[in-house]
Write a protein that binds this ligand. Structure first.
Ligand SMILES: *[C@@H]1O[C@H](CO)[C@@H](O)[C@H](O)[C@H]1NC(C)=O
Length: 228
């Protein structure tokens, strides 16, 4: 009885976690880990909690992992699958980083002040906060039409805030996809940040009690969205 109770407890904790294993392009999900770097221990679905660790970039060990690279059009809608679903409350943010010349998306580690934000979505306010992606099995966003053509890493980040009232309580669910943008523009992305480096554990969007008193505003962590 004791053993089965603890297995059940473990199963319910694990099932509350989630992972972003595939890109969604032209409305269709690609294979899991085909274009998304498979991080060490992905089957745990567990979060990263240390904003100062290298794992905050692309998840555990994934700055040195490799996947295939998917060609997508600038201005098109791209997405990630969320498995089994985004069960926790919190914001969704998406960043891109242009692969430097001489490197490829398959080999580059994503280091430096290279990441710009292309999507950031906080809560809706009311009697209590509601989060648009909570419960979602897919998330989507637009590749800015103005991004220059070329290879990029695209980093999805859902931050679970259900136990974030003290520093380090926020849980980061992260994956990095590899894309090759075609038909791009002449934009010059701004608000470039590094991971780690972009966040502090005490940032107001990361250390917050989302339940009581119910917040009346919310400040996304990181730079402003660059939309081109
Ligand atoms: C990216 O797209 C360009 C233009 O279609 C193509 O020439 C290049 O081979 C592609 N690179 C990758 C890695 O898919």
């Amino acid at each position: 009885m004791k053993i089965s109770a603890s297995i059940l407890a473990f199963a319910s904790v694990a099932s509350a976690h989630y992972v972003f294993p595939s890109l969604v392009a032209n409305g269709a999900a690609t294979s899991e880990w085909q274009y998304v770097r498979q991080w060490t221990g992905y089957y745990s679905n567990g979060p990263v909690t240390d904003v100062n660790s290298l794992n905050i970039r692309c998840n555990v060990d994934a700055s040195t992992k490799s996947a295939s690279t998917l060609t997508v059009a600038a201005g098109s809608t791209l997405g990630f699958t969320a498995k089994a679903s985004i069960s926790h409350p919190g914001p969704l943010q998406v960043y891109m980083a242009k692969v430097p010349s001489g490197s490829t998306a398959a080999t580059w580690d994503g280091s430096g002040n290279v990441w710009f934000k292309i999507f950031g979505q906080g809560p809706n306010f009311g009697g209590s906060l509601t989060w648009p992606t909570q419960g979602a099995t897919t998330v989507s966003f637009k590749i800015p039409a103005a991004v220059p053509s070329g290879e990029y890493l695209v980093r999805v980040e859902h931050t679970a805030l259900h136990s974030a009232s003290s520093a380090g309580g926020a849980q980061f669910y992260i994956s990095c996809g590899q894309i090759n943008v075609t038909g791009g523009g002449n934009g010059n992305p701004t608000g470039l940040v590094a991971f780690p480096g972009a966040y502090k554990a005490t940032d107001p969007g990361l250390m917050i009690n989302i339940y009581y008193p119910v917040p009346t505003s919310y400040q996304l962590a990181g730079p402003a969205v660059w939309s081109g």
